[in-house]
Design a protein around this ligand. Structure first.
Ligand code: PGA
Ligand code: ZN
Length: 427
């Protein structure tokens, strides 16, 4: 039974405050969880509540959230069975009472929801992935390493496109994929140094060179894959998250690095050309969240050959994903716990996508902590792929290193998802 819940304000990877929660059980066990925070957020995300007191952390403090957890949530969850995640999450949603979790804050709800799941797993003496996913949760995901950071994650000093990812699907195991990722990351670093480009990194640990076009980013990736001794396309592919809502202004996509603005249809052609020339397997947020109708065109042109993921446009929201499936505008959804605010709703969003043959791509946020919850979540939900930034920086590798431990623990039962994890069309 849940005995007590406490919370505190800690720092995230960008030096901004976030909330950490501890759940204490009546048998003396306890578990902890911390909440991440995005920068390129979708407008329909559950509300991340901040104090707004400009004298503390520029208004970003979360003391109110801490208070909500300790004074409103904790008394209500007291004596509930910690294994009843649905009842816990329903209570949280009921206590908040708003559609977008604006009253108590999605950061308050999520911290409690995650810590309870972890406490329940400990109570059942199961690893979190097995507690959430059952005995069939044995498939390790393909890690998508964001090695080139741009857009808002590099304060527009680098490429327009926010993320260029390495996808080592050809490896035989997760462990091998992680090694390949690190080796290619270092090869990329040496190429950048040779070209006198910056090797400073962005929010997710990837390099943020001032490239002259978005294509240059893919050339750099292909060169790095080769330099490290791998074959682009066979061993390692590329995934892209332009986070295009960030540069969609007045109905056009404003490509700053190339000094031109494209219409939605031109943008689709732009991607088609990239897909034709580079080993791209996944495109996330290729079009903006306010450009729903054009997503249909994107899906018509590219949905049969690559995975098209919606992030800002779906916000891990089962209701929006249901509409997207009905309208057939993509074939995959990003999964971010804090976009929706509870573990149960995150699982529901994933299951809905998978039930319709869609992909579900588990993701960290650009503002992270060393909490590794999503590593277990991706195995539990058998999503086959996740993104957690570069194979560098503590808060990024915390997730990858936890996946190494999971693979080791599963032993011969472990499998590696490989290229088939990437959805094309509808299965
Ligand atoms: P965010 O970026 O965490 O800043 O929202 C991640 C993404 O767009 O996928
Ligand atoms: Zn995204």
């Amino acid at each position: 039974l849940i005995e007590d819940i406490i919370a505190r304000e800690i720092l995230d990877s960008r030096g901004n405050p976030t909330v950490e929660v501890e759940v204490y059980l009546s048998n003396g066990q306890h578990a902890r969880a911390a909440v991440p925070s995005g920068a390129s957020t979708g407008s329909k995300e559950a509300v991340e509540l901040r104090d707004g007191d400009k004298h503390r952390f520029g208004g970003k403090g979360v003391l109110q959230v801490v208070q909500h957890i300790e004074e409103i949530i904790a008394p209500d969850l007291q004596d509930l069975d910690v294994r009843d995640q649905k009842a816990i999450d329903d209570t949280l949603i009921g206590l908040d009472g708003t559609e977008n979790k604006a009253k108590l804050g999605a950061n308050a709800l999520l911290g409690v929801s995650m810590a309870c799941a972890r406490a329940a797993a400990d109570y059942c003496d199961l690893p979190l992935y097995a507690y959430l996913g059952g005995p069939g949760a044995t498939r390790l995901p393909v890690p998508c390493f964001n090695v080139l950071n741009g857009g808002v994650h590099a304060h527009w000093q680098g490429a327009d496109f926010q993320e260029c990812m390495l996808v080592p699907y050809g490896a035989a195991s997760f462990r091998e994929a992680l090694r390949w990722g690190a080796e290619i990351y270092h090869a990329l670093q040496s190429i950048l140094l040779e070209k006198h480009l910056s090797v400073g990194v962005g929010d997710e640990g990837g390099f943020a060179p001032a490239v002259k076009s978005n294509h240059e980013s893919y050339d750099l990736l292909v060169d790095a894959i080769r330099r490290a001794g791998f074959e682009p396309g066979r061993d390692c592919g590329i995934a892209i998250d332009p986070a295009s809502s960030e540069f969609f202004k007045e109905g056009k996509y404003q490509l700053h690095t190339e000094n031109r603005a494209l219409s939605s249809a031109e943008m689709v052609d732009y991607y088609a050309e990239i897909v034709a020339n580079y080993p791209v397997v996944l495109l996330e947020d290729g079009l903006a969240e306010d450009d729903w109708e054009s997503w249909k065109l994107l899906n018509e042109k590219l949905g049969g050959s690559i995975e098209l993921v919606g992030d800002d446009i779906f916000c891990t929201n089962p209701k929006i994903i249901a509409k997207a499936i009905e309208d057939n505008i993509a074939n995959s959804t990003l999964i971010k716990l804090n976009q929706i605010g509870t573990v149960s709703e995150t699982i529901a969003a994933t299951r809905m996508a998978q039930f319709h043959g869609w992909g579900a791509f588990v993701s960290h946020r650009s503002g992270e902590t060393t909490d590794d919850f999503i590593a277990d979540l991706t195995v539990a939900l058998d999503t086959g792929h996740l993104k957690s930034g570069a194979p560098a920086r503590g808060e990024r590798v915390a997730k990858y290193n936890q996946l190494l431990r999971i693979e080791e623990e599963l032993g011969t039962a472990a499998t590696y998802a490989g290229k088939q994890a990437f959805v094309r069309g509808v299965r």
